[in-house]
Unconditional design. Structure first.
Lengths: 247, 257
């Protein structure tokens, strides 16, 4: 079933088109990647889908309902983890529930129930500056999940991490996703990451940014190291590079 | 360990410096380099302090009460003005220059006017303290609100948070360290402001006491009251530092992995 549809999105700033006629969709439980170099308009597109910006043309549909320009339906994780330094991890994570108007204690209780699944149990009462980069990212993802269980937008969620932490986080991410089945659209400029994590890749190129290619990734049972070193993986990578180079 | 030792030595060195000054001062008095009636010795000052202690406490009570009310109203007013200025851009444009002008008016010049308008009671003193304390609070809070991370506000907006929620969860907590920096200044301003306004008329207060002992040329008592005012200011600033530590439990906690 299709969860999210963005159809024919166009947006200009100062008479300069940033994204042009972009259409994409995310099915239920699917992890979709938006791949493109910096400055291609990926973040602008996310701001539109999340409802922070109104597109010049086009529509955003969630569960077939028009939510163009309405914030609060789709959760959005910005590039930085943005954990608030003055709130404990638990309070940070329960913030979206409190914003929605839930009682503070109930929100905390609900949030606390997910700490195990997200692998950050025991950090509830710490402050963000006491956590490592990977742990902060996990907490930020949990906050994103509690914000909306429908669709999540992740803007380069792992780009700030070092290579080793990144691959640990990839495994962790796939593990968590299997449990929570969150429909996700994420941005990256890392080709390996896009092939490792997603079910489908949209390649966005050009000025103004347009979607110039779509690749479906058929995963074997494991998406672990074997997959990264397999010939299939290389083939996918070649296809992505072809699209990037040809446009 | 070494760092700790360094900490102790830097702390001790400041005490040694103060002790040195007092000793030199005492020697100057003993050797009568400056006549005793002009510059009383530290021992004289302490004696005067002890002898006049009940009277000093009585006057301190008034001064502290004025400082307390003035500062409280100053904080409240500063907070309201800062919120309004942050919320409405035209208010910012309109109020900011006025704020600056209020700070260029010399305190000593308006204090007698306040006494004329408001009488010899606490009212003119409190008013003066409000005028001197609310400015740092307003500017501090305003800077704090504006220092709030833009992306954090964007995140809350994506959650469909209201302006009030953004203020409560992002802007207000972002301003807390700025607020305490301003409060440290305002607290000492409030005591000094109280004393200055008491000079110009009144029945109780350390400033009133000061003018009385000055008129009777009791310089030892004069120094005793100066000492007391410094001590009160230091104590209040320390109090603010403690309050800050309690209100900001996240500060100073480091990553321990």
């Amino acid at each position: 079933m299709t969860k999210l549809i963005a159809s024919n999105i166009t947006k200009s700033y100062d008479n300069k088109e940033i994204v042009k006629d972009v259409s994409l969709k995310v099915d239920e439980g699917e992890i979709v990647c938006l791949l493109g170099i910096s400055g291609v308009g990926k973040t602008t597109l996310f701001n539109i889908i999340s409802g922070l910006l109104i597109p010049d043309q086009g529509k955003v549909l969630l569960d077939n309902r028009d939510i163009t320009g309405q914030a609060g339906h789709i959760s959005y994780m910005l590039q930085k983890d943005l954990l608030l330094p003055y709130k404990t991890v638990l309070d940070n994570v329960s913030l979206p529930l409190i914003i929605r108007g839930e009682n503070k204690n109930i929100a905390r209780e609900k949030a606390a129930g997910y700490f195990k699944i997200f692998g950050i149990d025991g950090n509830q009462h710490k402050y963000p500056n006491q956590l490592s980069g990977g742990m902060r990212q996990r907490a930020a993802l949990l906050r994103t999940y509690l914000f909306s269980q429908k669709v999540a937008l992740l803007d380069e969620p792992f780009s700030a991490l070092d290579a080793i932490t990144k691959s640990t986080m990839h495994n962790w991410y796939l593990n968590v996703m299997e449990k929570i089945k969150l429909s996700t659209l994420f941005i990256t400029h890392d080709i390996d990451e896009s092939i490792t994590l997603s079910n489908r890749i949209y390649v966005m190129t050009g000025k103004p940014g347009q979607i110039t290619g779509e690749i479906k990734i058929e995963h074997q049972k494991s998406r672990g190291e074997e997959f990264i070193l397999s010939n299939e993986f290389i083939d996918y990578k070649k296809r992505v590079l072809d699209i990037l180079n040809n446009s | 360990m070494i760092k700790r030792l360094q900490n102790i030595t830097t702390k001790i060195s400041s005490y040694i410096a103060i002790a040195g000054i007092i000793i030199i001062w005492q020697l100057i008095s003993i050797m009568e380099i400056i006549p005793r009636y002009m510059l009383p010795s530290p021992v004289d000052v302490i004696r005067a302090f002890i002898l006049d202690f009940p009277l000093l406490m009585h006057h301190s009570k008034t001064t502290l009460l004025e400082a307390f009310f003035g500062l409280s109203i100053g904080i409240l007013l500063g907070f309201i003005v800062a919120v309004v200025m942050d919320r409405f851009h035209f208010a910012y444009k309109a109020i900011y220059p006025v704020l600056i002008i209020t700070q260029t008016v010399p305190t000593v010049a308006i204090a007698p006017l306040l006494v004329l308008w408001l009488g010899y009671g606490m009212a003119p003193k409190i008013t003066l303290i409000v005028i001197v304390t609310f400015f740092p609070i307003t500017i501090g809070l305003l800077d704090g609100f504006m220092s709030a991370e833009h992306d954090a506000i964007k995140l809350l907006k994506s959650m469909n948070a209201s302006e009030g929620q953004i203020f409560k969860h992002i802007k207000l907590p972002s301003s807390i360290s700025h607020f305490f920096a301003s409060l440290r200044i305002s607290v000492s301003y409030s005591v000094v402001g109280a004393v200055i306004s008491e000079w110009l008329g009144g029945f109780d207060g350390l400033g009133v006491y000061m003018t009385r002992v000055k008129k009777s040329y009791s310089f030892d008592k004069m120094f005793a009251v100066i000492l007391l005012i410094s001590f009160i200011s230091l104590l209040l600033m320390k109090g603010v530092a403690v309050l800050q530590k309690i209100s900001m439990p996240w500060a100073g906690k480091e990553k321990n992995l």
